[in-house]
Design a protein around this ligand. Structure first.
Ligand SMILES: Cc1cc2nc3c(=O)[nH]c(=O)nc-3n(C[C@H](O)[C@H](O)[C@H](O)COP(=O)(O)OP(=O)(O)OC[C@H]3O[C@@H](n4cnc5c(N)ncnc54)[C@H](O)[C@@H]3O)c2cc1C
Length: 382
C-alpha cells in the first residue's frame, strides 16, 4: 500500500492548483454575489485538459484517471464551488456515462468537443416529485418513427443556463415497475420543443446555474438514446456513483479552504493579549477539521481508485460523499465560529464556504440517501 501521490498525480494536482489560483479564485466572491456563470473559467479549464479528464486520447482527451479528477476537483473547489460543480457535473455526469454507455457514433460526435470544453454538459434526472425517489419520474417519451417525442418538465438542472448537451431521463414505457421503462436521451440545446426555463435563486453555489427544463412535443432522434431503451435507470444510478465521488471532492475542497482561512485568521486575530490560535479551544477546532479532512480525502481517493480499476464502488462512493459533505459543513461552520463576528460578513470568504457547503449534503443524493445506500451494502454483505 502506498499513500504517496505518484509523480503524474502530483503534476496534475499542481497544474490544477495553478489553474485554480490563477483563473478561478480571482472573482469567485464577486461571481457569488452577481450570479455570473463561470463560463470563462470552464473554457480555461479546457485548455488545461480538465474538461475531459478521463476521455481517451482517441477522442482528444488526456486519458487521466478518476483519482486525477478527484485531485483537480479538490483544487478547483478550494477556490470556487460554483466552478467546481460545473466541472464535476460535466466530467462525471455527462462525459463519463457517454464514454461508458454511448455508441461509437455518439462518442465520435460529442466526446472531442466535450473534452476541449467547446461543449458543456448537464444531467437531468430530477423532477418536482422525484428527487430522492428518482424512479418516480413522469416526464415521458413516446416512440414515433425514427424519433422519440419528449413531453414534461425536469427540475434542478445544474449548468442548464449554458449547457450544450444534456442527458435527460424520461419514461418510455408505462405499467412496469417504476424503475423500469425509463430511457436516457442525449438532448442538444436548441432542439425544437426544448426550453431551458426558470433559473433558481440559491443559498449557495450562486454562480452555478440551476434551471427547469420544459419539453413540449420535442423530437429527439432514436440515435440519441444512451444505452438501451428502457434501461436508463441503471445508467442514471451508475452515473451517480461517479458523481458522488465528484461531490465528495467538492466538499473536501470547501473544507480545506475553510481550514486554511481559519488558520490564517486565528494567527492574526488577537484577543486577551495573544493570537487566538494560542487558545486550546481554537486549536481543538483546527485539529478536528484537519483529521476529518484527511479521512474524507482518503475515502474519496479510494472510491476513485476502485472506479479506475473497474471494481464496484457504489457503497464506497456513498461513504465518501457522506463523510466529506459532513466534513465540509463542520469545517465551514467552525471556520465561521473562529472568525467571530467577521465570519458573518461578506468581507471574509468563510460565510460563502458555509453556504456552499450546505448543498454537498443535498445533491446527487442527500445524506439520508447515502446512508440507505451504505446500509444496503452492509446488510447484503455475506
Ligand atoms: C442546487 C441544486 C442542484 C441540483 N442539480 C441537479 C442536477 O444537475 N440534476 C438533477 O437531476 N438533479 C439535481 N438536483 C436535485 C437533487 O439531486 C435533489 O434535490 C436531491 O436528490 C433531493 O431530492 P428532493 O429535493 O426532491 O428532496 P426529497 O427527495 O423530497 O427529500 C426531502 C427530505 O426527505 C429525505 N428523504 C427522502 N426519502 C427518504 C428516505 N427513503 N429515507 C429517509 N429520508 C428520506 C431526504 O433526505 C430529504 O431530507 C439539484 C438540486 C439542487 C438544490
Amino acid at each position: 500500500m502506498d499513500f504517496d501521490l505518484s509523480e503524474d498525480l502530483t503534476m496534475i494536482r499542481d497544474a490544477a492548483r495553478e489553474y485554480a489560483e490563477k483563473w478561478v479564485a480571482p472573482g469567485a466572491a464577486e461571481r457569488d454575489l452577481t450570479g455570473v456563470f463561470p463560463l470563462e473559467q470552464f473554457k480555461k479549464a479546457g485548455e488545461y485538459g480538465f474538461t475531459g479528464i478521463c476521455v481517451p486520447e482517441a477522442y482528444g482527451g488526456p486519458a487521466l484517471s478518476n483519482q486525477a479528477l478527484v485531485l483537480v476537483l479538490i483544487e478547483v473547489n478550494k477556490a470556487c464551488a460554483s466552478t467546481g460543480v460545473t466541472l464535476s457535473v460535466h466530467n462525471s455526469l455527462l462525459t463519463a456515462p457517454l464514454l461508458k454507455f454511448g455508441t461509437e457514433a455518439q462518442k465520435a460526435k460529442y466526446l472531442p468537443r466535450l473534452a476541449t470544453g467547446e461543449l458543456l454538459g448537464a444531467y437531468s434526472l430530477s423532477e418536482a416529485n422525484s428527487g430522492s425517489d428518482a424512479a418516480a419520474l413522469v416526464c415521458s417519451a413516446r416512440a414515433d418513427g425514427d424519433d422519440y417525442v419528449l413531453d414534461g418538465t425536469k427540475l434542478w438542472v445544474t449548468s442548464a443556463s449554458h449547457a450544450d448537451l444534456f442527458i435527460v431521463f424520461a419514461r418510455t414505457e408505462k405499467g412496469l415497475k417504476k424503475h423500469q421503462g425509463i430511457t436516457a436521451f442525449l438532448v442538444e440545446r436548441g432542439t425544437p420543443g426544448f426550453i431551458v426555463s426558470k433559473k433558481e435563486h440559491k443559498m449557495g453555489i450562486r454562480a452555478s446555474s440551476t434551471c427547469e427544463l420544459v419539453f413540449e412535443n420535442c423530437r429527439v432522434p432514436k440515435a440519441n438514446v444512451l444505452g438501451e431503451a428502457g434501461r436508463g435507470f441503471p445508467i442514471g444510478m451508475d452515473t451517480l456513483d461517479g458523481g458522488r465521488i465528484g461531490i465528495a471532492s467538492q466538499a473536501i475542497g470547501i473544507a480545506e479552504a475553510s481550514l486554511a482561512a481559519a488558520v490564517k485568521y486565528a494567527k492574526e486575530r488577537q484577543a486577551f493579549g495573544k493570537p487566538i490560535a494560542q487558545f486550546q479551544a481554537i486549536q481543538f477546532k483546527l485539529a478536528e477539521m484537519k483529521a476529518r479532512i484527511e479521512a474524507a480525502t482518503l475515502m474519496t481517493l479510494r472510491a476513485a481508485w476502485l472506479k479506475d480499476l473497474g471494481r464496484p464502488h457504489t457503497s464506497e462512493a456513498a461513504q465518501a460523499k457522506l463523510l466529506a459533505s459532513r466534513t465540509a459543513n463542520f469545517a465551514a461552520r467552525e471556520a465561521v465560529q473562529i472568525h467571530g463576528g467577521a465570519g458573518y460578513l461578506e468581507d471574509f470568504p468563510v460565510e460563502r464556504y458555509m453556504r456552499d457547503a450546505r448543498i454537498t449534503e443535498i445533491y446527487e443524493g442527500t445524506t439520508e440517501i447515502q446512508k440507505l445506500v451504505i446500509a444496503r451494502s452492509v446488510l447484503e454483505a455475506k
